[in-house]
Structures are given as structure tokens and as C-alpha cells.
Unconditional design. Sequence first.
Length: 118
Amino acid sequence: MTKELEQKLYTRFPFMQSRCGIACEDGWFQLLWDFAEEIEKLNIPDFQMIQIKEKFSSLRLYNNTATKEVMAIVGKYEKLSSTTCEFCSKKGKFRKDLGWVRTLCNKCYKEKKNEKAD
């Protein structure tokens, strides 16, 4: 994710600052924003993200609080990311033939496939 988008999340939701930054593409920015809004509504005083990353073509949202409510929200957004293009946020699906498993829409998939061929 670009530093600019990371900073927007950190400014609005200080608890989103993870030890490792945000290691995913820009297409999941809105998912992370929506996730943070839902977490914020729980009003957990010491909530903190530990790590935010892409793994096996979906988000992984590690945090310091394992309540039932938090885990339900985490599960919801990890699942949503598995059908959201990592690059443009349109509807996507798993792509396994690019050397790395990615969740991509048809347009981004074609672009990445062409980049690989070059």
C-alpha cells in the first residue's frame, strides 16, 4: 500500500498502526477503512493492530484482542478481501498462474499476465 494511503488510515485510526506497516496493495484500502470503522465502534481502549498483510491472496489482520466481536469482524474482512481485487478494488477472484496467488479482477489479471510475459 502506498505510504499516502497508509498515513490516511493511521491519522484517522491510530490503532491501525502495525509494527510492520501495511503490506498489501491499494485495492484493499477501502476494506481496511471499513474494518477500522467497525472496530472503532466496539470502543476497545487498548486495541492495536499487530500486522496487516496479504497472505495466500487475502488479507490477514492480526491484532491484540481476540474477543468474539473482534474475531467476527476480522473474519468478515478477510473473507471480503478474497473476492476483491488487490489492485483496483473491483470484484476479483483467485488467480494461481502468475507465480504468486493473487485476487484480481479480469482487467488487472490481464495486465499482470502481460507484465509476466514481457
